[in-house]
Design a protein around this ligand. Structure first.
Ligand SMILES: *[C@@H]1O[C@H](CO)[C@@H](O)[C@H](O)[C@H]1NC(C)=O
Length: 269
């Protein structure tokens, strides 16, 4: 009975907890890219090797053969994945023949293994600046996705929808508009630059408090621009009877009078 209750409670928890987001999951392109990195590491680690021992003359004769040998390839492939890396091991198992084909036949013509293997052969990655099953250019173009002001969904993979997630300063589908709290310092068809407003502005068209279009909460339109509201000078204090009001730029805080008494009494001892 108790176990059944515990299990159903656990199931209830599972239902209410969001599934791990796909953003944190490793994409097949990540797996492939890591695999290719390990291949290059393997090439490096085996670059000084030969078939094993022997005199220099023998080495010299056979070294070149080892360089392109099946033995070397097997050594490299053995170290492509950590044993715990499930996705990597599956990928190598599924595509070992292609890796062999590249090693023996394609290497000269296609020296870039990642391009040949991940992008063109098993089709899990795209050239950078492109996304999705057919490697279509990101919004804003493949050269500078999102006009350099954001990140393109699926960039460099066969996933995503090419939409832009803009950096804090920018907004809009193409990351060309300035976000609230930022103002434009230059813009044309392809480039847009935004800088942060003064801390007193909600929106602005210049860097100081005189450039505010709207004031942030805790500030009010004054002669020269947005100025701090002294909340503590209000007829009725925003703090409790037992508290002091302390005005700060854009806000205020309440401090306990008794804490102050306590510290003063310590001080006076
Ligand atoms: C737009 O601005 C950028 C950066 O200031 C500049 O490099 C580029 O040439 C400009 N493009 C046009 C079409 O004026």
């Amino acid at each position: 009975m108790f176990i059944a209750a515990a299990v159903s409670f656990y199931l209830l928890l599972m239902l209410h907890c969001p599934a791990p987001s796909s953003a944190t999951e490793k994409s097949p392109c990540d797996t492939c890219t890591k695999l290719v990195d390990r291949f290059h590491k393997g090439l490096e680690d085996t670059s000084k090797k030969n078939f094993g021992g022997g005199n220099t003359a023998w080495e010299e004769k056979t070294l070149s053969k080892y360089e392109t040998s099946e033995i070397r390839l097997v050594e490299i492939i053995e170290n492509l994945c950590d044993s715990s890396d499930f996705e990597c091991n599956v990928m190598v198992e599924e595509h070992e023949e292609q890796i062999e084909k590249w090693w023996f036949k394609m290497r000269k013509k296609y020296p870039d293994l990642r391009k040949w293997f991940c992008i063109e052969t098993i089709e899990v990655c795209c050239p950078s600046g492109t996304y999705g099953p057919d490697c279509v250019a990101c919004l804003g173009g493949a050269e500078r996705p999102c006009h350099g002001n954001g990140f393109c969904s699926g960039d460099g993979t066969r996933l995503g929808d090419g939409s832009c997630r803009c950096k804090a300063e920018y907004t809009g589908p193409f990351c060309l508009e300035c976000a609230d709290g930022y103002f434009s310092t230059g813009r044309n068809d392809t480039h847009s630059f935004c800088s942060e407003c003064h801390e007193s502005c909600k929106t602005c068209n210049g860097p100081t408090n005189t450039g505010c279009k709207e004031c942030k909460e805790g500030w009010t339109k004054g002669d020269g621009g947005c100025i701090d509201v002294d909340e503590c000078s209000a007829e009725t204090s925003p703090c409790k009877e037992t508290q002091y009001c302390l005005n700060t730029e854009g806000s205020f805080s309440c401090k306990s009078k008794y804490f102050l008494h306590f510290y003063l009494s310590l001080y006076c001892l």
